[in-house]
Design a protein around this ligand. Sequence first.
Ligand code: ATP
Length: 435
Amino acid sequence: MQQDMIVILDLGSTENTVLARAIRALGVYSEIYPHDITPEELKRLPNVKGVILNGGKNNVIDGKEIDVDPELYHTGIPVLAVSHPYDPDDSDAVVWPHKESALKEALKPFVFDVCHAQPNWNMENFIADQIELIKQQVGDKKVLLALSGGVDSSVVAALLIRAIGKNLVCVHVNHGLMRKGESESVVEVFQNQLNANLIYVDASDRFLDKLKGVSDPEEKRKIIGGEFIRVFEEEAGKLDGIDYLAQGTIYPDIVESGTKTAKTVKSHHNVGGLPEDMQFALIEPLKQLFKDEVRACGLALGLPESMVYRQPFPGPGLGVRCLGAITRERLEAVRDSDAILREEFHNEGLDKCVWQYFTVVPDFQSVGVRDNARTFEYPVILRAVNTVDAMTATIEEIPWPVLHKITERIINEVAGVNRVCYDLTPKPTGTIEWE
Ligand SMILES: Nc1ncnc2c1ncn2[C@@H]1O[C@H](COP(=O)(O)OP(=O)(O)OP(=O)(O)O)[C@@H](O)[C@H]1O
C-alpha cells in the first residue's frame, strides 16, 4: 500500500466531509466510517495511522447517545476526539475551526507529530492502492458494470480495466436518448482504446416503440427507467459466472442516501435501478471520493477530458427534452441542436463556467418563412443555468453574438426547425429540466 490513512469516525457531526477534505488537503488520505466500526474492522483497513472521533449534534440515534467501542482506544492507533460546537450555551464544547485553512493548521500536530502520517495522498498512489485492493478482493472472478458513459461509471470502468482487464464485463445500453456521439464515444474509448470487454446493446427501437404516443413526463420517465432494468437484466442473464457488481458510487451519493447519523436528502438510485434479487457482492472503488477527485482520477487513468468533464445528464436522457410524446423527427432536432450548443459553448470557453446547458424541442409548431415560402416547423429552446446545489438555479448571461451564432447554426443546420428561443426562467419558478 502506498498511502497512509487517517480514519474519521462519524459520531453525528455534520462536518465529516469538511474534515476529510482538510486532511486530504494536507496530503494525507482520509476516509469516513460509521461510529460502530469494530476494532477488527478498523485494523483490517490499510495503513491507518490515526483515528479522529468526530462528534456533533446528530449524536443521538433512537433516543440513545452514540459512542464508539471503547476497545478502539486500545488498538495502538492514536485517537483524537473532537466535537463541533452546536449549542451556543455549552461552554465545554471544543471550538473546532470551520475554515479549511484554520482547520488544516489545527490538524497538523495530530496528523504529523502524533500519527506520523506521510503526506503521500495523490492520484497515482490512490489508483495503485485501489488496484491492489480490487485484485485482492476479486481474484480471477468476473465483475459486471453498467457503463453509461457518465463520469462515475466511466472512471470505475477505467480503474477496473487496469486491475482485472477482461474479467470486467461492461454493458452499455443505447436507449436512443443519448446525446450525439455519446454511445459511439463509449465504444471508441472503452472497446477500441482501452480494449475492454464491452457489450454494446442498441435498444433504441425498443425504447422508442414503448414511448410512442406517451406524453406524460412522469410516465415517460417510468417507461425509460423500467425498460432500462429489463434490458440490463436480459443482458446480465446471458452471462455466466459473474460474482461482483461494480458501481460508480461516490461519497456525495452516500451522504445523500443518508449515513447512520445524517438525514436522507434523497434516496440514491441503486445503480441503474437494478432489481433487488440480483445477488452480487458490490465493488465501489470511488465511494470515498468527491466529484473533483473522481475527475482527477479519470484523467490520471487516461480518460478523455470530454468524458471526465461531461456535464450532468438526466437519467432519461434526451427523452425529457423532447417534450410531450417523443417522435424520431423531434428527437433528432433535440440531438442536433444540443450538439451545436455544446460545440459553440466549448469554442467560447462557456463550458467551463456554465453548469448545465441544453436544448429543448416542444411539441408544437409555428409559422415561419424561408426562401420566400411559408414554413410550419418546431422551435428550439436554449437553456443555460448555473447552480450550486441544484435546488435553485440562475440564468447565465450569454453574450449576444454567441446567441446569434448558435441561433443561425440551429436554423440552418437542424431539420424541421424555424425558430430559436432563450429560456430566461430561474429556478424557482422553472425547474432546470422542462419535464
Ligand atoms: N445507458 C446506460 N447504459 C449502461 N448503464 C447505465 C446507463 N445509464 C445509466 N446506467 C447505470 O446507472 C447508473 C446511474 O445512472 P445515472 O444516469 O443516474 O448516472 P450517474 O449517477 O450520474 O452516474 P454516471 O456518471 O456513471 O452516469 C450509472 O452509473 C450506470 O452504472
